[in-house]
Design a binder for this molecule. Structure first.
Ligand SMILES: [Zn+2]
Length: 137
């Protein structure tokens, strides 16, 4: 890492975040997604969003949509908890679209999710505040 993370301004931290996520996705051969930053997210630190539709058997995922990351977290959190959060969101993406394609849409932090967290070397449950938003009900 070139510059000390805590000396970066918000824009530099956002660049750092994009590089971190995209590098991880490349490692696992999975398509990059748009990464958005929000000044409104205060309690949620990060979100992996996907499009889903409601069927008779519950929600069915259709396509991955984007990552949304809280500016407040980037400004206030430690680099360790930021990385944990980003990996946690990446784990949701990988769980649904790479390793367990056949799964129905689920927001659970189930065994399969935890297995993916192990592959990513992240503590999947270190931040329990996140949630995934379903677009276009
Ligand atoms: Zn989660």
């Amino acid at each position: 890492m070139s510059k000390n993370f805590y000396k970066m301004n918000l824009q530099e931290k956002q660049e750092f975040t994009k590089n971190f996520i995209n590098k991880e996705l490349q490692k696992h051969n999975i398509k990059e997604l748009p990464i958005k930053f929000s000044g409104r997210m205060t309690r949620t630190l990060g979100q992996f969003e996907q499009k889903a539709i409601k069927t008779n058997n519950g929600w069915k995922k259709v396509a991955p949509s984007q990552f949304k990351i809280s500016n407040k977290m980037l400004k206030e959190a430690t680099i360790k908890s930021i990385k944990d959060t980003l990996l946690h969101e990446i784990a949701h993406y990988l769980t649904d679209y790479l390793y367990y394609k056949d799964l129905k849409y689920t927001q659970n932090h189930n065994q399969k999710f935890k297995k993916v967290c192990n592959i990513l070397n992240c503590d999947g449950m270190s931040q329990a505040k996140d949630y995934r938003k379903v677009n276009g009900k």
